[in-house]
Design a protein. Structure first.
Length: 178
């Protein structure tokens, strides 16, 4: 049986307590496609608006982490470009992967919002304070999460959630535009 989804007002109330936004990469920050050249060189397409709002959120004091089961130089390069300090890759159990970061930041799982899109994201989604799936996620994940974005992964879903966070916490993103 699918979990009942939060209303916009309930989402805002939950976002007020979030101190870390953890993001899956493939299918959340990208449109779930990877391009490989004949030599194994990897290319990914990231949404610029998602990236811009990640930068604004970081400037406003929200911790951001990416958490991916597969290692990717393209992900590392893009996240460093945005100023994301917490780049967690190459471990399939995302629950184990995030625990050292929570200890380092002195946070609890209740203070974490996690956005995913795939079966691999169900475990962590069940443990965080706010679980979010992008609109084009696996049905099994959608059944488990608290909230489903209106936008697909790689098409502004991260921006959508960060805008809701700003509204919930009365932060004006324009205050952080340079």
């Amino acid at each position: 049986m699918a979990k009942k989804k939060l209303t916009s007002k309930q989402l805002a109330n939950r976002l007020k307590n979030i101190r870390l936004l953890a993001l899956d990469v493939d299918g959340v920050l990208t449109d779930d496609r990877i391009f490989f050249g004949p030599d194994g060189y990897e290319l990914k397409q990231f949404n610029i608006s998602d990236g811009f709002f990640i930068v604004l959120a970081l400037r406003a004091g929200l911790e951001i982490a990416v958490i991916s089961g597969r290692p990717s130089p393209a992900t590392t390069t893009r996240m460093k470009d945005l100023g994301v300090k917490h780049i967690l890759q190459a471990m399939l159990d995302k629950r184990k992967q995030i625990k050292p970061l929570l200890e380092k930041l002195d946070l609890t799982l209740e203070e974490v919002a996690f956005m995913g899109n795939e079966l691999l994201d169900i475990g962590l989604s069940r443990e965080v304070g706010l679980s979010i799936a992008v609109a084009d996620s696996a049905e099994e994940l959608i059944d488990e999460v608290d909230y489903v974005t209106k936008r697909n992964g790689g098409h502004g879903a991260v921006r959508e959630v960060i805008k809701a966070y700003f509204a919930a916490t009365n932060i004006n993103p324009m205050d952080y535009v340079i």
